[in-house]
Write a protein that binds this ligand. Structure first.
Ligand SMILES: Nc1ncnc2c1ncn2[C@@H]1O[C@H](COP(=O)(O)OP(=O)(O)OP(=O)(O)O)[C@@H](O)[C@H]1O
Ligand SMILES: [Mg+2]
Length: 462
């Protein structure tokens, strides 16, 4: 069965059989699925039962007025592409039809191919509009605050800042280690700003060779330098009315920093090789994973540019600073990965969760997300994800003792949990070393066998 949405349907309402038939044949040969009605009553019945993409209606029908059919169709399906056909002398009525929502009118005799062309263009345009609206809705969902996971106080504070700052025009400087979500936050700000319908243009200062960065950012005219075979619009111009995201801003050379500062101050840019400057209206969001203030002190980052960018500072916490968000994040990414791979949902075992929480995640959420994808892939056939499904680096670490120099977060730690985790780690490591021999493991820890067994049972390691 062909899905209806793929074919474009049209209802032809015309009492002259020959003409109706010719229109139907012509439209069918252009890929429309044509239904026919000989009078207003039949047309009205059909319209009640089906949402046609297009309508061709004769204004003079034996049992009534084609205009009423048009009105009914437009009222029922406001996006319908309707054209009216009328005999010679019907121009005034045809104009009224346009006022009632028809997209065009044709005076008999008319060219069939012209009718097909008008309908096709209108239907395609409408589908495109709907698709765009759909895409925008998807983007809105993806970059809504709800899609940024985090319950920790630092994340709650971040959400408040985002809500406050997104609708404004102020420059934002996002600082955070790799994988903490800098780009996600930048896109979220854009999609929740009045600029959401315009572009979000990225510029990664670390990914573009220094010699090309200026032209990339500001554009160039044809022949501005060797290799500039045609003119190019820069990222600044592309982002007009939208948002320019300058990623890894610390990697910019000092000369480029000077040009960026000038552009931001003057709100205009000059393409390379041209003396005329162009005004722009953009919001800038910059991101860095290095401490810009330190670079300012060292003299590799301009102080004036730092202040220009750091109007609203947003500092993203590392994942190890918000360990209690791990169960939430784990559920989120496992759910996402199962859904994407068409698998039934899985849960993590307590042991797996414990491992996730004892790791320090140097690659932050990006590494965490990858680990969850890995775990789902390793447990395709099982409803639960256990420690064995986690990436090697986590499992290796579980055998190392909890570090006595571990960072103590502001909200403190659970002493009992940390100590039992350490006891558990030591016991497991010794059991592993002795191939499961409890007597030898106890000896390695200088514990009596009974104390050792007692601990095993209390910590539920046995
Ligand atoms: N709080 C969060 N909730 C859900 N997903 C997140 C969150 N933070 C980051 N992510 C996801 O983690 C991944 C990495 O995020 P992103 O690319 O924004 O990080 P980044 O800070 O720009 O990293 P880098 O410095 O390496 O460029 C993305 O897939 C992003 O969607
Ligand atoms: Mg990034």
């Amino acid at each position: 069965m062909t899905p209806l949405s793929l074919t474009t349907s049209v209802l032809i309402v015309e009492d002259e059989v020959d003409l109706r038939q010719t229109i139907a044949e012509c439209l069918e040969s252009e890929g429309f699925a044509a239904a026919q009605a000989a009078d207003a009553a039949d047309a009205s019945d059909r319209l009640k039962g089906f949402a046609y993409d297009a309508l061709v209606v004769d204004l003079r029908l034996p049992d009534g007025d084609g205009m009423r059919v048009l009105e009914e169709a437009v009222a029922r399906y406001p996006g319908i592409s309707a054209v009216v056909i009328t005999g010679f002398g019907g121009v005034t009525e045809a104009v009224t039809a346009i006022k009632h929502g028809a997209i065009d009118f044709f005076i008999k005799p008319f060219q069939m191919t012209q009718l097909a062309r008008v309908l096709r263009a209108s239907v395609d345009q409408r589908k495109l509009r709907e698709e765009n609206a759909e895409l925008r809705a998807q983007l809105r969902e993806r970059f809504s605050f709800d899609s940024i996971i985090g319950r920790h106080s630092t994340m709650q504070a971040l959400f408040s800042t985002l809500e406050l700052v997104s609708p404004m025009n102020s420059t934002v400087l996002i600082q955070g280690e790799t994988g903490t979500g800098k780009e996600l936050i930048a896109r979220t700000i854009h999609h929740n700003s009045p600029r959401a319908d315009h572009r979000f243009v990225g510029f990664n200062a670390a990914a573009i060779p220094e010699g090309l960065a200026e032209a990339e950012l500001f554009g160039h005219v044809k022949g501005a330098f060797t290799g500039a075979v045609s003119a190019r619009v820069g990222r600044f111009e592309l982002a007009h009315r939208g948002t320019l995201f300058i990623d890894e801003v610390a990697s910019m050379s000092l000369p480029l920093q000077a040009k960026l500062l000038r552009a931001l101050q003057e709100r205009e840019v000059e393409r390379v090789g041209e003396s005329r400057s162009v005004k722009f209206d953009i919001r800038v969001i910059a991101a860095t994973n290095t401490d810009l203030r330190k670079l300012v002190k060292e003299g590799t980052f301009r102080e004036d540019l730092y202040y220009r960018l750091n109007v609203i500072p947003v500092i993203l916490p590392t994942l190890r600073e918000r360990q209690e968000d791990i169960p939430l994040l784990a559920r989120h990414f496992v759910h996402k990965s199962c859904k994407e791979n068409g698998l039934t949902q899985k849960t993590l075992t307590q042991d797996a969760l414990r491992l996730l929480m004892s790791y320090d995640w140097p690659g932050n959420i990006r590494q965490f997300e990858n680990a969850m994808e890995h775990a789902v892939a390793m447990s395709v056939a099982r409803p639960e994800i256990g420690p064995e499904a986690l990436p090697m680096e986590l499992r290796d670490r579980s055998l190392a003792p909890a570090s006595p120099t571990m960072a103590i977060p502001d909200e403190g730690i659970n002493f009992t949990d940390v100590v039992s985790q350490l006891e558990r780690d030591l016991i497991l490591r010794c059991l592993e070393k002795t191939g499961g021999n409890k007597r030898q493991a106890a000896r390695l820890l200088n514990l009596s066998r009974t104390t050792f067994i007692d601990k095993l049972q209390r910590l539920q390691v046995a």
